[in-house]
Design a protein around this ligand. Structure first.
Ligand SMILES: [Zn+2]
Length: 349
């Protein structure tokens, strides 16, 4: 699809009334169209996104079935992709230069967010001390289970993907089959000191059910910790549909600090803490290279690349310049505009 056709699509869509916002029930408005799944370019499908200005919340207009959602993960994993990508003609441009190192060093000096990932220090700050019971919903291959179990937390995992679950179980973790929307039977009757959903809520077909279910697993003094990409950050605004963490259609829901707090509120929770994570990584070459690749696949510039052998080098140089501009615009910005992720800590009201 050409960019002109895409613009016509957006103009046409913006006239249409969108589906009701799951947080306030008002009609959402069409905001943009993602032209294709950049990880599965053979799939001929585009993805309209709708937005609720009241709640600052977005989602895919057409909700996938569980089967369709599962199919979106049937892609080469990230590292496989990177190997193929590095071997291509992009490799020279990706070499880390002195100025690349300088850019990330400056960003690192200006990063004052919470350490990326969730650790013992963060849990203690939220009042969850070693020895506490923690349920990690969407635990993947069990990275968080391993890290926190090492500090004396009693960990339980929930994961729908059989391959990821197997890896986690091979490390000796208790991992149940299920998801936030459909809690495993064995876990439903239990209560935990903390429930974590780290970069999970944006993948859920029914996010409001997911948060309500997670809240139902908390004991009287239990805390829910939810982290998602921060769609209010400047990097997201500038990159638009090519933002690395938009990742449609694996991501179905798009939060900002306001909407993440709102969905917790809607589930009967009181948000105690809002924190931000992830700054330096937005300035690293792998981040820039992936956004270049997403842009190339959306724009269908295969023809340009063939006509101009320097096309890839030019687009990476442009990405480097954009990264410096982003650094200039955000190094002293308030956290909501600066960090790529937002985390809330909430308790039952
Ligand atoms: Zn709303």
């Amino acid at each position: 699809m050409s960019s002109l056709e895409l613009l016509a699509d957006v103009a046409e869509l913006s006239e249409k009334i969108g589906p009701a916002c799951p947080l306030c029930d008002e009609a959402m408005t069409f905001r943009t169209v993602v032209p294709r799944d950049w990880r599965r370019v053979a799939v001929a499908e585009s993805y309209p996104l709708v937005w609720c200005g009241r709640c600052d919340y977005g989602e895919l207009a057409d909700r996938p079935t569980p089967e369709q959602a599962a199919a979106a993960y049937d892609v080469d994993n990230y590292y496989t992709h990177r190997r193929a990508f590095d071997a291509s003609k992009h490799s020279t441009e990706e070499r880390v230069s002195f100025f690349d190192r300088l850019r990330t060093a400056i960003a690192w000096r200006c990063e004052q967010g919470v350490t990326t990932g969730l650790d013992e220090a963060a849990l203690c700050r939220y009042g969850v001390a070693p020895g506490a019971t923690v349920c990690d919903i969407g635990c993947g291959n069990g990275g968080l289970l391993t890290r926190l179990a090492g500090h004396g937390y009693a960990m339980t995992g929930i994961e729908p993907d059989p391959a990821a679950r197997q890896v986690a179980q091979s490390h000796g973790h208790m991992v149940h089959i299920g998801s936030a929307e459909s809690l495993p039977f064995e876990v439903r009757s239990q209560c935990f000191d903390a429930v974590t959903m780290m970069h999970v809520l944006e993948h859920c077909i029914e996010p409001t059910t997911a948060v309500r279910n997670a809240a139902s697993l908390l004991n009287d003094r239990g805390v829910l910790i939810v982290e998602t990409p921060n769609n209010a950050c400047e990097g997201a605004r500038r990159a638009g549909i090519t933002w690395r963490w938009l990742d449609v259609p694996r991501h179905l829901n798009f939060f900002t600090p306001k909407s993440l707090r709102r969905i917790c509120d809607e589930a009967g929770l009181a948000v105690l803490v809002t924190e931000f994570t992830g700054y330096t990584r937005q300035f690293k070459n792998d981040w820039l290279a992936e956004e270049c690749e997403i842009r190339r696949r959306f724009a269908d510039t295969a023809a340009d690349s063939a006509a101009d052998p320097d096309h890839a080098a030019k687009s990476f140089r442009a990405a480097r310049r954009a990264a410096w501009r982003l650094l200039g615009a955000t190094w002293a910005a308030r956290a909501e505009r600066k960090y790529d992720s937002v985390r809330v800590v909430a308790v039952r009201r």
